[in-house]
Ligand binder design. Structure first.
Ligand code: PEP
Ligand code: MG
Length: 581
């Protein structure tokens, strides 16, 4: 049994056999062969090596002809590595003595080479590590390792263990079979984490390098509450986790009874509790858990979850479905937030060094009007079916807000001229997720109908910490006093102007932090569907004065750690059922 610690990103426990994926999403089968097949397997490797050698030589000739011998020499170096006798000795030993299948041997041996080169911390040698990985890929290609489509042809329950999963890969996981997942990299605020919550898949990220030592089929427990995974658990550990699954099912059944009760404090302050969704089909689970509406519909997943770029009609159908199913409840449609860790079908920008500070979100939409216009048209058209509101993400300057609003007006005029049914007067809001917007909020607030704080990005940009980077995950805390002061300011400005303000970042789905937000004066929370019942339970268990006391005390503290310790302590007293032990 091996226990590994990572970052918890999506709650719950999953137990199942491991499906191990490599960095590029292919399967590293730790396949063993029969002793009598070893020679045949080694011969298979030899022919793969010959084929790759031919390919490298062809690359060398072509590159030398086009770019000169010096550039062509890159491939001479690759050829040298491919023919390295030590490499061949190691591969032969793995296949003929350890009885590893050729692709598994190639994967392990070349990865170890690359790792050793990188560890030397010599930039020249580190570059050679890339060559080693290039050779590995070519050999695996020759050996047919990429022919498998491990994620699209699942037939059995699995727990995915992967170096990384992008938000779109996560969105496309087959929920019928995938029980949970765990990745070597990633931080708690990345969009992969958000999708995992949307899909209700227990998940842990940022474990660090561990895939080398796991074979496919190993039994794994993913503890998404505590951010642990356990490989090959012993019987008593397994039994205790099975027990936890049962307890959590019992708690969920109890919480389900709150469905038709309002999210109201014990002394009668009503909180609007809405849901964040990524996919139209999630409205079912929002209604089942009594959501007051959709507070954040992340529409970019229309792009990420399909192989083709969505048309205006695709947008229209998705939004119409959501708003019709929500049956009169408000639906806040956030316009495309593509870029950074969410890339669509076509390259929308050159590779960026700092994509979270780059052409992302509203910036990208305003520069790609052929993407943005169809979406805005579809929003206005779908608004004829119910209470739709539009919200612009990542607004940093007043100019962006004005441009986006202007475009909305232009699109409404076009629809009118074309005689297409639509509503032009829908409420327009903005996400407050960049510190600059908080600082200038008095100016923004005049020009919008509502505000919604995106604490995921607000924490990232305030604390200068990449939300999806495991190395700085400990610094990424929406409970940091600096973030809390910005939130307090937003509440004050919104109150002064009588404009509704919501918090739709993940912060509002953590019970202690949700009570803090209520204490700070927030009256609209939007959380992933999975968190609805728990947050409703927390709200219904406290009085507004208890929340205010929490906020007053918290605003005297000077570190996220002290804030969280205090919040957990209060939660233990006020709503002990929700404390994960
Ligand atoms: C946020 O930043 O808090 C937010 C809700 O938006 P996203 O997580 O999609 O960036
Ligand atoms: Mg955001």
């Amino acid at each position: 049994m091996v226990e590994l610690q990572g970052i918890p990103v999506s709650p719950g426990v999953a137990i199942g056999p491991a499906l191990v994926l490599d960095a590029d999403g292919y399967r590293i089968s730790r396949t063993l062969i029969d002793a009598n097949k070893a020679d045949q397997e080694y011969a298979r490797l030899r022919s793969a090596v010959d084929a790759v050698a031919k390919q490298i030589e062809a690359n060398r000739l072509e590159t030398s002809a086009v770019a000169g011998d010096e550039t062509g020499d890159i491939f001479s170096a690759q050829m040298q590595m491919l023919n390295d006798p030590r490499l061949h000795g190691e591969l032969r030993r793995r296949i003929t003595t350890d009885l590893h299948a050729a692709d598994y041997a190639v994967n392990r041996v070349l990865r170890n080479y690359a790792l050793a080169l990188r560890r030397l911390e010599n930039p020249m040698l580190a570059e050679r590590a890339e060559d080693v990985l290039d050779i590995e890929k070519q050999l695996l290609q020759q050996l047919g390792a990429f022919d498998e489509q491990p994620l699209s042809d699942l037939t059995e329950p699995v727990v995915i263990l992967s170096h990384n999963l992008s938000p779109s890969e996560t969105a496309n996981l087959d929920r019928r079979y995938v029980q949970g997942f765990c990745t070597e990299v990633g931080g708690s605020g990345g969009h992969t984490a958000i999708v995992a919550k949307g899909l209700e898949l227990p998940a842990v990220v940022g474990i660090g390098t561990f895939l080398d030592s796991v074979a496919n089929g190993t039994r794994v427990i993913v503890d998404g509450d505590r951010g642990k995974i356990i490989l090959d658990p012993d019987e008593s550990t397994l039994a205790s986790y099975q027990q936890r699954i049962k307890q959590s099912q019992t708690l969920s059944a109890q919480l389900a009874e709150l469905r038709d009760l309002p999210a109201e404090t014990a002394d009668g302050t009503r909180i609007r509790l809405s849901a964040n969704i990524e996919f139209p089909h999630e409205t079912g689970s929002c209604l089942e858990r009594g959501a007051d509406g959709i507070g954040l519909y992340r529409t970019e997943f229309l792009y990420l979850a399909s192989t083709e770029e969505p048309s205006e009609q695709d947008h229209y159908e998705a939004y119409s479905q959501v708003v019709s199913e929500m049956n009169g409840r408000p639906v806040v449609i956030r316009t495309l937030d593509l870029g950074a860790d969410k890339m669509g079908h076509r390259p929308l920008a050159e590779q960026e060094y700092n994509p979270f500070l780059g052409l992302r979100s509203i910036r990208l939409s305003l520069r790609n009007l052929d993407l943005f216009r169809p979406q805005l048209r579809a929003i206005l058209r779908a608004a004829t079916h119910g209470d739709i509101r539009v919200m612009f993400p990542l607004i940093t300057t007043i100019g962006e807000l004005r441009q986006a609003k202007m475009l909305l007006t232009v699109v409404a005029r076009d629809l009118k001229e074309e005689g297409i049914p639509h509503r032009a007067d829908i409420p327009v809001g903005m996400m407050v997720e960049v510190p600059a917007a908080v600082v200038m909020l008095e100016h923004f607030v005049k020009e919008v109908d509502f505000l919604s704080i995106g604490t995921n990005d607000l924490a990232q940009y305030t604390l200068a910490v990449d939300r999806s980077n495991e190395y700085v995950a400990d610094l990424y805390q929406s409970s940091d006093p600096a973030v809390l002061r910005l939130i307090q300011r937003c509440v004050d400005v919104a109150d002064d102007w009588g404009k509704p303000l919501a918090v739709c970042g993940e912060m509002s789905s953590i019970p202690g932090r949700a009570l803090l937000l209520v204490g700070l004066g927030v009256r609209n929370l939007s959380v992933p569907p999975l968190a609805l019942s728990r947050i409703k339970k927390a709200i219904r268990s406290v009085s507004i004065s208890e929340c205010k006391e929490i906020a007053e005390r918290v605003m005297t503290l000077d570190s996220a750690r002290d804030v969280d310790v205090y919040l957990l302590d209060r939660l233990g007293v006020l709503v002990p059922e929700l404390v994960v032990t």
